[in-house]
Design a protein around this ligand. Structure first.
Ligand SMILES: *[C@@H]1O[C@H](CO)[C@@H](O)[C@H](O)[C@H]1NC(C)=O
Ligand SMILES: *[C@@H]1O[C@H](CO)[C@@H](O)[C@H](O)[C@H]1NC(C)=O
Ligand SMILES: *[C@@H]1O[C@H](CO)[C@@H](O)[C@H](O)[C@H]1NC(C)=O
Ligand SMILES: *[C@@H]1O[C@H](CO)[C@@H](O)[C@H](O)[C@H]1NC(C)=O
Ligand SMILES: *[C@@H]1O[C@H](CO)[C@@H](O)[C@H](O)[C@H]1NC(C)=O
Length: 392
């Protein structure tokens, strides 16, 4: 009987206590709630204080240095970047424009009641990186190595930098420097360079939480210095007296040689020679123009030359052209003959081996246990055939 009485009186009492507690919480006790804010540098932050059961008490908002910004809706600190945009019994909201990293910290939403409530809204400022820059300490010369430094001077949190060539990352040495509120980041790579790398495209990509999935990309083209190459493009066919000669000198190099020099070995250039940069012309050839002509070019990284031997024939001369064509024809005919002989020999050998093989198979059909021997024999004759082919 006794426990039951206790139970029956306890339950309503508990319910009553809970009800009162809830009523106190909802009806009597005011409260304030603050939300954390993340904003990009230069952007506008909204700092909101949510009120519960507001009864007209004074609401004070303070900055991280605990200076009062607004005293119940009235501006207290002379900073026009702060504006009170909303004051309702449920929500007090201020905005801060042109946010800087110095504005970071906890903003206090305070409610002056019997028991002072306060909540802190933490303002975080992100600084996305600019497009990074590329620093080159020394010029790239073929056969050497170039050091490229990608720099992102300011970001928060620190940006990630990667070097990419042909969609592949080039691993580099990353260094990060803390400049107080922001970071400077660099990524240094060493690239061996040949002349084929001249003009090759590289890029340095910066990624950052404030950029979402986007990248800030700096494109960079390798400028590789190399010694010149020189090649004279000769005229085709033979030249006779009265013909005109035109030679072109094809020059490469980085930097491209500005001056192209034409000369004649052990002799002076003919008076009638017309030179215009890479082209050399003689309008009416005579046999006195016979000789070796030279085209030369140079830059800071080296020099190169090519020569052309000019032979001027008599207009009536019957000339046997010692060009490569007849040799090529003779070579072709010889190759064809050799090929035919080899083919005939291979077919002959193959036929004889086939005859031997079928003879053996026929004989072995009665002696199954000698299959291995037959195989070995056939293999042997095959390798023998291979050897013969090789010797041919
Ligand atoms: C707000 O930020 C502060 C400091 O970074 C952190 O301690 C707190 O938990 C955050 N509050 C919320 C609701 O995220
Ligand atoms: C504070 O401001 C609110 C909204 O303007 C007002 O309702 C309230 O009476 C003010 N409280 C005091 C103590 O002035
Ligand atoms: C924003 O603030 C920076 C310094 O933090 C200042 O240099 C700049 O002029 C301001 N911009 C505007 C639009 O007020
Ligand atoms: C140029 O002259 C020198 C000496 O007279 C000689 O040794 C050399 O073979 C000549 N070169 C040509 C290309 O004629
Ligand atoms: C020029 O070369 C041609 C062809 O070899 C030759 O027949 C002729 O005698 C040469 N003339 C002079 C002046 O060397």
């Amino acid at each position: 009987m006794a426990p039951r009485a206790v139970w029956s009186s306890c339950v309503p009492l508990t319910i009553a206590i809970i009800t009162v507690a809830c009523w106190l919480r909802t009806a009597c006790c005011q409260a304030v709630q603050a939300e954390n804010v993340t904003v990009l540098e230069g952007g506008t932050a909204q700092i909101s204080c949510r009120l519960q059961n507001y009864d007209g008490s004074i609401v004070v908002i303070q900055n991280p240095r605990r200076q009062t910004l607004f005293f119940n809706g009235t501006r207290a600190l002379k900073d026009e970047r702060f504006q009170m945009v909303l004051f309702t019994p449920r929500l007090v909201r201020i905005t801060l424009t042109n946010v800087s990293v110095l504005d970071e910290g906890g903003y206090f939403c305070q409610l002056y009641t019997a028991a002072t409530h306060h909540q802190v809204a933490t303002l975080s400022v992100l600084v996305p990186p600019e497009v990074p820059s590329v620093e080159v300490k020394q010029v790239a010369v073929e056969g050497g190595e170039v050091e490229l430094i990608c720099v992102s001077p300011r970001s928060k949190p620190a940006a990630s930098l990667r070097w990419v060539r042909n969609s592949r990352e080039i691993p580099g040495a990353v260094s990060r420097q803390d400049n107080g509120k922001t970071f400077s980041v660099s990524n240094t790579i060493h690239v061996p360079v040949e002349r084929k790398d001249n003009g090759a495209a590289l890029s340095c990509e910066a990624t950052h939480p404030a950029l979402g999935g986007q990248k800030r990309i700096r494109h960079y083209r390798l400028d590789v210095y190399f010694a010149p190459t020189v090649r004279i493009l000769p005229p085709s066919g033979i030249l006779r007296e009265g013909d005109s000669l035109s030679l072109t000198c094809s020059v490469t190099g980085n930097p491209l040689p500005r001056d192209i020099q034409w000369s004649r070995i052990n002799d002076t250039l003919p008076e009638r020679a017309e030179i215009s940069g890479p082209t050399f012309q003689i309008s009416r050839l005579s046999q006195t123009h016979n000789g070796t002509y030279l085209c030369q070019a140079q830059n800071d990284y080296g020099r190169a030359a090519d020569h052309y031997s000019l032979l001027v024939y008599d207009p009536g001369a019957v000339v046997e052209t010692h060009s490569a064509v007849p040799y090529a024809v003779i070579g072709g005919v010889l190759a064809f003959l050799v090929f035919t002989i080899i083919c005939v020999l291979i077919i002959t050998i193959w036929c004889s081996v086939r005859q031997k093989g079928s003879y053996l198979t026929h004989e072995a059909s009665g002696l199954d246990e000698h299959g291995e021997v037959q195989e070995a024999f056939l293999n042997g004759s095959e390798s023998g055939q291979g050897k013969k082919e090789y010797l041919l």
